[in-house]
Design a protein around this ligand. Sequence first.
Ligand code: ATP
Ligand code: MG
Length: 555
Amino acid sequence: MSEERSLNFLEEIIETDIAAGKNDGRVHTRFPPEPNGYLHIGHATSICLNFGLATKYNGKCNLRFDDTNPVTEETEYVESIKNDIKWLGFTWDNELYASDYFDTLYDFAVTLIKKGLAYVDDSTAEEIAATKGSLTTPGIDSPCRNRSIEENLQLFAAMRDGKYKDGEKTLRAKIDMAHPNLLFRDPLMYRIKHEHHHRTGDKWCIYPMYDFAHGQSDSIEEITHSICTLEFIHHRPLYNWFIEQLGIFPSQQYEFARRNLTYTVMSKRKLLQLVNEKHVSGWDDPRMPTISGMRRRGYTAEALRQFCDTIGIAKRENIVDIGLLEFCVREHLNKTANRVMAVLDPVKLVITNFPEGKEEIFDIENNPEDPNGGTRKVPFSHELWIEREDFMEVAPKKFFRLAPGNMVRLKGAFIVKCEGCKKDDNGNITEVHCAYLPESKSGHDTSGLTVKGTIHWVSVASARTAEVRMYDRLFRVEDPSNEDGDFKDYINPDSMNVLPAVYIEPELVNAKPGDRVQFMRKGYFCVDTESSADKLIFNRTVTLKDAWAKESKKV
Ligand code: ATP
Ligand code: MG
């Protein structure tokens, strides 16, 4: 965490609270995911915020699964969420589940019934919606509103005991059907759902609503600063109301703005659609804005944390340029990823004066940014693969790569002078011919020549092949959720391009899933989770430069 930057508004609140001795100076936050999907980069900001504040103020941060809706929640999601948080580099103080509080929450509800502050309603969901009123008109009291406490206690117990079908009854708080905040118009506390729960099994058929679970869970855990996103701002008075009526620990809610990213979508509901409708290969598809997708693509935890720290927190919703995230990824990989050579679109280069069958081994530096990066052995021979685009038969003046008469340096090896090329009957270039200058060997160059271009290469005799998956943005437009029609209409049809056989240095055959490298001049790449010794697969993590920034400047 950078020490120089000024405090954000939550840090200001916390420091004021600590100075005032509130909660004995204790800071306790929580990250409360609903286990109904995989975490995305938006969640990462909330994770960095909650865990970061706890660390900064010597406090604690709980991981609490907000698992009050049995229909959409699954253990698979719980596991993925834990895995992602750990990978991001955070450790929770307690692993907790809202479902562990179902008994306590039930007792809380009984307390409110006994205080005349809750009642069982027979109204249907439609009737409840129709009698809510509007901002300008008050709601209408339910005919059940004045049930006796005794009757409410019996009916609520009967709800719990499974005497009713889904939707037949609800428990509502009895507040004020004319309240200016619509959430106070007798909000639902419990609904009946005969559903199996991923933790409590079939013990319960009534489940608490968000408003009657979240604040109470915070309070049970004695959370001091309950940080959530802005859409809950109108819930805050209700959050406080329940806590006050129950006389339990006064947790406090604070809101910050959701973080959205350009060229993607971020709601779990939409991400689930992409997965279910097979627009992507799964939650961890490298094009997904999920933490697992980004990890598989090669993004580092440091880069994600750096990104979250850089964008900070805000009080107004905004959309952050995905280019900034890519910049953070590039910056970190530039420092940490070894440079290696891979030829994506190959043409053969024949070194006419280098003996056939001879092999010379070069020690090439792994990472000029890392003094401890070491070197690796790269074989050089009579025939090499180079990129097709690095040769032009008729080249413009400023083409500093290979063209008849031009000289370039082969990275880490010799300077070569281009003699021409060979073509097939259709005029396609099949070979480029060069002569090498023996006295120009990298590190021992006595040629006195300086050349403007350096190109990468892989020796034909020892090259290995790999599949390379080139990724681009998943959507064609900046904010697909804000366009006409369905967000899926804006999926980028070219978001993945597979190169089935790319030539790579022999050294790379030992690369393991998760390893990250820079293919010189081509970008950063990461070994995919599906990769094996028999079939190496690389994902392009990010290009070396921001190609899209250039695009948008052109417009
Ligand atoms: P989604 O809208 O993607 O379905 P959610 O808010 O329903 O997300 P939760 O599992 O309830 O997902 O979120 C856990 C925590 O992460 C909450 O505190 C929520 O406010 C926060 N969070 C979710 N999305 C974002 C986001 N885009 N930016 C910042 N925080 C977020
Ligand atoms: Mg939610």
